[in-house]
Structure formats: C-alpha cells, structure tokens
Design a protein around this ligand. Structure first.
Ligand SMILES: [Zn+2]
Ligand SMILES: [Zn+2]
Length: 377
C-alpha cells in the first residue's frame, strides 16, 4: 500500500532526489516501524534561565544593535538610534548563548526525542524586523540548524543504532497575509504573499545549509502564510535540484475548532495537500485533550503521516501550563491506541520530563498506517 502511494507521489511533484538520501531513507524506515518522538518547548526551557537584557544581547549585541553589521551608509555609535531591547528575542540566543540552546537540544535528546526542532521559530526577516535585526535571518537559520545537528551528532555517537533528526522550523511570522490586523480596514494587509515567500526562501536556504533533515512549516494560523512558506520551499528545492521531507503543522485557535484564518482541520488539509508533505499535524494553542477531535479528523482525511505536539494543557491565569508529564503522556497514549499517531511531541509548557513520559507511553504502540486514498476524479 505504501509503495502505491510513493509511486503516486513520484509521478507528480516529488520527483527530485533527497538532499541527504541516507537520512531521508532512515527517517522513512523508522516511520514505518514506530511512532517517532519530537522534542518539547524551547521557550519554556529558555525561561528557566531568567536571562536579562544583557544575557540576551551577549557581546556582539551589547548595545542592542549588531556590532558586526550596519546597513550601508550607517555607522553605529552612541545615540545612533537603532538600539533595541532584545530581551525575549529567543532566536537571538542561537548566536549569543549557543551553549544554552545546545544544552536544551541535548536534554530533549536524552529524554528520548528522535527529532529536535531548531531554535528558529521567529528567524525570518518579517519577525526579526520587530527587533531591528532583519539582516540576521540567514545566519540564524543556518547556525540554528548547525547547533541542532551538532546535538544530534553527539547523541548518535553515544548510541550509533539510533538516528536523530533535525527539524528546521519555519514559524508563522508576526503577520497574517489573509487577514487585516485593523478591524476598521478589513481589506488592509500588513504583509503580502510575495514578501512572505522571499522571507521564507531565505530562511529555508539557511536551514538546509545548516544541515536540517526535515523542514517544518509550523504553528500555522493563517493558511496563506503557510502556502507562501511551501511555495518558497519548492523554489529552494527547484534551485537545488533536490529536496528534504516537509512537515506541516497547523494551530486550532478557537473553540469552534478553526484556525485563525477560519479553517477546520479538514479544510486546512485540503488547502495544503497539493504540496504532498511527509506529515501533517497540529500543535500549540490547545492541550492534548482539546486537540484530539481535530487530530482524529486529520488522521481520517490525510494520506500523509500524522504529527501532533500539543501544549501542556491550556494556559492558566498566569500564562503558565499545568499539565504534568503523566497527564499529558496518558492522553497521548490514548491517541496512539486509537491509531492516530506517527509523530508526537510537545509545544508550549512542555519540558524534557514531558517528552520522556510521552516517549515511554508510545514506545510499544503501533504507528498509524498510511492510508491510500481513492483518487477524486
Ligand atoms: Zn545604529
Ligand atoms: Zn505552543
């Protein structure tokens, strides 16, 4: 059945060779054998370090701007005006605190993650613009992938029988292409498809050069943003004449079970299935319990592997997350028993303890079998 599906794919867009055939083949083999474990939250782990402004800036950005770079015609100096607060710019830590980021990757690998996500959620020119650091997009993606790959390589040295994979993360950006941020101007857009496409292309190129094994368009709340990312990825693959496996993960943001751009899980899949991803799934916003019915729908309609990485429950009154590793692992075990899962991990509020518990809970469970869907004439 699987072969039929792979032939169907091969006959259409996915005819390019893999960028790294050994890694891609071993990932595909493992997906047929068992449920694979993705890591947990990066932000939650970074918070535990309680870094201050100076901690975020490190030496290179001590003044708030990049000492190694100034736009043409501009020289930084006292009061040059481009110094910005960097506290909260978690992606910048890839450059200023690489040991912290590398250690978080190592902790998730030790907890049992097969795949770890790069610290690049906001590393597009669009999101970096909020910090005045657009020029870092390429460097952050490449270095972010390198850090994650180094952590995977170290884990593989310890246990050569167990391959580990880097998921190069492309986040949703801080702007929506299909919705207006201004209720009084519903036709206004803060960003265009083309601007997003260019930004995602740069990020994807950086991730690939840094050694990402998979690209994941994640936390999708606006399907048009995701389409721009997937279009950019295709452009990058075209230019290289080779491809990586691609994952897509959407976010259900309201009680009626829709994304921010108004789609149910099924509509979301139907809008993006033409890109023939390796996996499609849902993450963030909801905990496992509330995500379950939507994962169920995806598992019925999608002829791709299913992933889910929920938050540790819904946020509490203080914006924190209360679900214990045991709570979350118990619920996700039920997902696995129902045959819904191929890849599972955690989003906001999850820690290595959550991932260890989830890995334990799904270890002996069978992965969902990839369905072959009938062609719609
Ligand atoms: Zn300046
Ligand atoms: Zn999240």
């Amino acid at each position: 059945m699987k072969e039929v599906n792979e032939q169907a794919n091969a006959a259409t867009i996915n005819t390019r060779p893999w960028i790294n055939p050994d890694r891609a083949q071993s990932l595909l083999r493992l997906l047929r054998e068992r449920i694979l474990v993705i890591d947990g939250a990066m932000g939650t782990m970074i918070q535990q370090h309680e870094l201050d402004e100076a901690g975020y800036r490190g030496k290179r950005f001590a003044q708030g701007y990049d000492r190694l770079y100034a736009a043409a015609g501009h020289s930084h100096g006292d009061g040059c005006g481009c110094s910005r607060d960097q506290r909260g710019n978690n992606d910048l830590l890839t450059l200023t605190q690489p040991d912290i980021i590398g250690d978080i990757h190592a902790q998730y690998l030790a907890a049992g993650a097969d795949l770890i996500e790069t610290n690049t959620f906001n590393s597009t020119t669009v999101s970096l613009g909020d910090y005045g650091l657009e020029h870092l997009a390429r460097e952050l993606n490449e270095t972010g992938a390198r850090l994650a790959r180094a952590a995977c390589d170290a884990a593989e040295v310890q246990d050569p029988t167990r391959p580990r994979f880097v998921i190069g993360v492309l986040g949703p950006t801080s702007r929506t292409a299909s919705l207006s941020p201004d209720v009084n101007r519903p036709g206004f857009r803060a960003i265009s498809f083309d601007e997003l496409r260019v930004a995602y292309r740069e990020a994807a190129d950086g991730l690939i050069d840094g050694g990402a094994d998979v690209l994941m368009v994640e936390t999708v709340f606006d399907t048009l943003n995701a389409k721009a990312a997937l279009f950019a990825i295709e452009e990058v693959f075209d230019a290289r004449g080779a491809r990586l496996p691609v994952m897509i993960s959407g976010t259900i943001t309201d009680a009626s079970g829709r994304t921010l751009s108004g789609q149910t899980a099924e509509a979301f899949w139907n809008s993006l299935r033409h890109s023939q991803p390796l996996a499609v799934g849902l993450n963030c916003a909801l905990g496992a319990k509330d995500l379950r019915p939507h994962v169920d729908v995806l598992a019925q309609v999608a002829d791709a592997y299913i992933s889910t990485h929920p938050n540790a429950g819904l946020p509490n009154a203080f914006g924190g997350y209360d679900e214990t590793p045991e709570d979350m692992a118990g619920m996700l075990r039920e997902f696995a028993e129902a045959g819904l899962l191929n890849l599972v991990g955690g989003c906001c509020g999850t820690t290595p303890a959550h991932i260890a518990a989830i890995a334990d809970a799904v270890r002996d469970q069978r992965p969902r079998v990839l369905p072959v869907l009938e062609e719609v004439a």
